[in-house]
Design a protein around this ligand. Structure first.
Ligand SMILES: Cc1cc2nc3c(=O)[nH]c(=O)nc-3n(C[C@H](O)[C@H](O)[C@H](O)COP(=O)(O)OP(=O)(O)OC[C@H]3O[C@@H](n4cnc5c(N)ncnc54)[C@H](O)[C@@H]3O)c2cc1C
Length: 387
């Protein structure tokens, strides 16, 4: 009989099997490592940051030009994952940044496209109405349309990473909350509520739970509650499908919103971009409130009236934000061999594939293939950093 996961010694333990951890497990298993994955909930739970059917992937990013190479590399890996898994992972429906011409989102997306050589089209209100029949633009609205952008089917992608990792021998355990780890011989003993495991290296991908698990991130990765709604179109549903509706980000008089075409479930998805509701991720999620759904309906009524039908689904999800909204991908201080990928701050899923590959390489001392200098932990922990 081969040893059970508690007696076996693994090359790599991955703590947290959300979007990032599942990608690490996949890429580590693909390198031939013996991988153990430990997840505190079910493998497809809705308490973290990676559920909700779809995510936007843009290449010209208002969050910073330094991320463009990562987005490009990630897109290649999503396409490879689609081929290997046989699943639809990426849909090239385009993405448009909308707002008045002086909007910071419109200007910074435009700058990023120009500086990084990302294909784009600048559209005025008439151009937007023609290209996106489901949108009723304001007369002064401008749009930066990136035709090569699209959506990532986040739940399908995470499940595909998990399945392929398991097919390569990874042991993925659900309902195993990790409580800590201690040096043990050449490696680490990882303690869970259901027993301990041995691994040479550890990659910790705890999402919004980072502050409770890692002293270094306590108070530095904060959980922010987000509300999402999916609404049935009331006009021709094809108008809101990926052939005719791109992903969108809207900076307007009602605030900052984003949405995606109908994909996976029969609802047009949208949410308000907000950072005003800090929560304890250990608490049971508070379901969407009536006024939060009405807030989304206000956007539909004004700009997407053909999608303002019955609510198909609603839910909440957590942003896992650092003070500067920049990720953390680094080795933790100490004897070495424990790494962290966290703080993806509400814009990380698009990079999960490249993060998985980079962290799997970093953990075994190989070239991560991307520049990890912007993501060092010490910028958050050094004296003077805002916690
Ligand atoms: C509403 C919403 C919209 C978003 N839109 C976009 C978008 O359009 N584009 C984009 O790129 N990004 C977007 N994001 C951000 C992106 O989804 C996240 O940055 C990303 O999913 C984070 O992945 P993660 O693996 O770090 O976290 P998670 O997926 O939450 O994974 C962390 C995992 O660790 C587990 N865990 C925690 N502690 C322990 C422990 N002690 N033991 C074992 N397991 C543990 C958790 O249960 C969880 O499964 C959005 C996020 C939200 C909430």
């Amino acid at each position: 009989m081969p040893p059970g996961p508690e007696e076996a010694s693994f090359d790599l333990a991955v703590v947290g099997l959300g979007g990032m951890g599942s990608a690490v497990a996949h890429h580590a298993a693909a390198r031939g490592l013996r991988v153990l994955g430990l997840e505190r909930f079910d493998l497809a739970h809705t308490r973290g940051s990676s559920h909700g059917v779809t995510r936007i992937l843009r290449l010209g990013l208002h969050e910073g030009g330094y991320l463009v190479d990562m987005a490009r590399r990630s897109l290649e890996l999503w396409r490879e994952l689609g081929e290997e898994s046989g699943e639809t992972i990426f849909v090239e429906c385009g993405s448009v940044d909308l707002g008045p011409p002086d909007s910071s989102i419109v200007r910074s997306s435009l700058e990023a496209c120009v500086e990084q050589g990302v294909e784009y089209e600048l559209l005025d209100a008439a151009g937007l109405a023609e290209r996106i029949p489901g949108l009723v633009p304001d007369p002064d609205m401008t749009g930066v349309l990136q035709p090569g952008a699209g959506l990532v089917a986040c739940e399908v992608a995470t499940a595909a990473h998990q399945r392929l990792a398991r097919e390569r021998g990874a042991v993925l355990l659900d309902r195993r909350r990790v409580t800590g780890w201690r040096p043990d011989g050449e490696g680490w003993r990882i303690h869970t509520e259901g027993g301990a495991h041995l691994a040479a290296r550890v990659v910790v991908c705890p999402g919004a739970f980072a502050g409770g698990l890692l002293e270094e991130l306590h108070g530095r990765v904060r959980a922010e509650r987000q509300v999402i709604g999916w609404f049935h179109p009331i006009t021709d549903p094809a108008t809101f499908g990926p052939d005719r509706m791109p992903c969108w980000i809207l900076d307007g008089p009602l605030g900052h919103f984003y949405g995606l075409p109908v994909h996976g479930i029969p609802g047009f998805k949208l949410a308000r971009m907000r950072h005003d509701e800090l929560v304890d991720p250990e608490d049971a999620p508070v379901p969407p409130r009536e006024e939060e759904i009405e807030d989304l309906r206000g956007v539909l009524a004004r700009w997407f009236p053909g999608a303002n039908g019955p609510l198909h689904r609603s839910g909440t999800c957590l942003f896992e934000s650092t003070p500067d909204r920049v990720f953390v991908m680094d080795e933790l201080p100490g004897p070495g061999g424990v790494f962290v990928a966290a703080g993806f701050s509400g814009h990380g899923f698009k990079y999960a594939s490249v993060v998985g590959r980079a962290m799997a390489a970093l953990a075994v001392g190989d070239d991560p293939g991307i520049d990890l200098r912007p993501f060092r932990l010490e910028r958050l922990t050094e004296a003077g950093a805002t916690a």
